[in-house]
Design a protein around this ligand. Structure first.
Ligand code: FAD
Ligand code: NAD
Length: 472
């Protein structure tokens, strides 16, 4: 007889979601969390803190008020780290409390301690000052997340060199910063610092910015980030770092350019938190950077051990981690369901970018005939009111069936607006849905109708000779 039906390792979005799903199915569930606080990267060092800091940066800089009312509000250079972190702490506290209450309400037992596997069904829990505990479980859900990858070039003990966890503990706002890695984390932090008026240089070995985005939106985002003052160094890596006390840091890029800066943020990827878990010893296969290998139902090479969230790698989002956990637990307890085939991306740069479904590039690669409809927020009444001059919605429809294939948004509320298109994509709907839906007026959402008109207009007989629009 085992102690519990499901033992979950980790209380991030994946662990919480999996535990609650199993508890709702009447299972006995334990969550083991090594930190004294619940919520993992999402609540404590990643998603929510960074999104709260973004809002704070927008507020302190007066960014949203720029260009409105005929005045150009100047940046508040006197913003302190304490101003900057105040709301971040409050949001974190509320989220930790919410998670604890959610688990308690569902009868999930939370044990603080570091978990490792003794055998395929037994977990050892260690907590300093407490006797070791062993628990047996029918199923295990590994949801231990990931940590910033620390390239050996950077001395992370120095208070001028940070990873994305440490950047939340800044003693003062940097006078200048180089961000190494223009992935989602690097781009989001680069925008926040730039909005606060801090000189930012963003370095990435890749030439394209966020290459999973539709090209048009990647280019547009790059233009807006440059307009925010970010110096882009795409296609370059950092070859050397010189640190002299009392002098700026000197980073030598491939190509020879030397960047001088007060601080460095390294955001060049993450590694799975699997060290010391003992997974390999019980026959679970690990891949690069410690990632756990799983099948479509999130089973590892030991079928009763599931792994979900950042610990399995791409797409490594809070949103997808929760869904993977739900799907894994349903599978374990005999109610198999698939993960939604279309997953959204919300990128909280300044401006926000969000997408779901196909890009123009992926459609061209598949040879799928399509038509792109666009709507500019600058000519949308709500966009006018809020001073949104650069935002854009693009809808990609199948050229013959007019089924929606992709949705791309840049600008204010992009990560919210995308859900109208995402819902249509999941429902298999198309142009007709947007034509026949009455949208609130004035709203940015109304851009769905405008973009649909724009697409249909291109298919009208008088335009048939014109090529399908692919430009901006
Ligand atoms: C700066 C930043 C911004 C981000 N922004 C977004 C965003 O806007 N949107 C989005 O969807 N995603 C975002 N993400 C990604 C998101 O945070 C992660 O995808 C998500 O947190 C993964 O959830 P998880 O439950 O798999 O892991 P985590 O949230 O990392 O949780 C894992 C938990 O397991 C615990 N643990 C680890 N090992 C053990 C052990 N041996 N025993 C017991 N407990 C253990 C850890 O302490 C931790 O609490 C961001 C990430 C970062 C770093
Ligand atoms: N809004 C969101 O959804 C959100 C926000 C933040 C993070 N996340 C998730 O967190 C995860 C990690 O993000 P990340 O940005 O750390 O990793 P990433 O892998 O997405 O990006 C790392 C970047 O660093 C670059 N790089 C690597 N080594 C380099 C070097 N030596 N020199 C220069 N550039 C180098 C890579 O080319 C890449 O562009 C991602 O999976 C992401 O989805 C999501």
């Amino acid at each position: 007889m085992v102690d519990v039906d499901l033992l979950v390792i980790g209380s991030g979005p994946a662990g919480e979601s999996g535990a609650v799903q199993a508890a709702r199915m009447g299972k006995r569930v334990v969550v083991v969390e090594k930190e004294p606080v619940l919520g993992g990267t999402a609540a404590n060092t990643g998603t929510l803190p960074s999104k709260t800091l973004r809002e704070t940066a927008l507020y302190l800089s007066g960014y949203r008020a720029r260009g409105l009312y005929g005045v150009e509000r100047s940046l508040r250079h006197e913003a302190t780290v304490s101003d900057f972190l105040y709301r971040e702490r409050r949001v974190k506290d509320v989220e930790r409390l919410r998670i604890g209450q959610n688990l308690q309400r569902h009868g999930v037992t939370v044990i603080q301690g570091t978990a490792s596997l003794v055998d395929a069904h037994t977990v050892r829990i260690r907590q300093e000052g407490h006797p070791e505990r062993l628990l047996t479980a029918s199923y295990l859900l590994v949801a231990t997340g990931s940590s910033p990858y620390r390239p050996p070039l950077y001395p992370f003990g120095d208070d001028r060199v940070h990873d994305s966890d440490e950047v939340l503990e800044l003693a003062e706002l940097p006078h200048s910063i180089v961000v190494v890695g223009a992935g989602v984390i690097g781009c989001e932090y680069a925008c926040m610092f730039a909005a606060l008026g801090i000189p930012v240089t963003l370095v990435d070995g890749r030439k394209e910015l966020l290459p999973f985005l539709d090209d048009e939106f990647s280019t547009l985002l790059g233009q807006r980030m440059a307009a925010l003052g970010i110096q882009m160094r795409l296609g370059f890596t950092v070859e050397d770092l010189q640190m002299t006390p009392g002098a700026p840091l000197r980073l030598t890029l491939s190509g020879g350019e030397v960047l001088e800066t007060h601080q460095v943020l390294v955001a060049s990827g993450r590694s799975a938190n699997t060290a010391g878990l003992g997974l390999e010893d019980v026959g679970v296969t690990l891949g690069t950077r410690g990632l756990v290998e799983v099948n479509a139902t999130y089973q590892t090479s030991q079928p009763h051990i599931y792994a979900v969230g950042d610990v399995i790698g791409f797409p490594a989002l809070a949103s997808t981690s929760m869904e993977q956990a739900r799907v894994a637990v349903l599978h374990a307890f005999g109610m198999p369901r698939g993960l939604s085939p279309i997953l959204p991306y919300g990128i909280y740069t300044i401006p926000e970018v969000s997408m779901a479904g196909e890009t123009e590039e992926s459609l061209r690669a598949k040879g799928t005939p399509y038509v792109a409809g666009r709507a500019a927020f600058a000519t949308n009444p709500r966009g006018q009111i809020i001073g949104e001059q650069h935002g854009r919605l693009k809808l990609l429809f199948h050229r013959e069936s007019l089924k929606l294939l992709g949705v791309h948004v840049l600008g204010e509320q992009a990560s919210e607006l995308v859900h109208v298109g995402l819902t249509a994509l999941v429902a298999g709907a198309g142009a007709q849905l947007f034509m026949e839906t009455c949208f609130n007026y004035p709203t940015l959402s109304e851009a769905y109708k405008t973009a649909t008109h724009n697409a249909l207009h291109q298919l009208e007989p008088r335009d048939q000779a014109a090529p399908v629009s692919t430009g901006t």
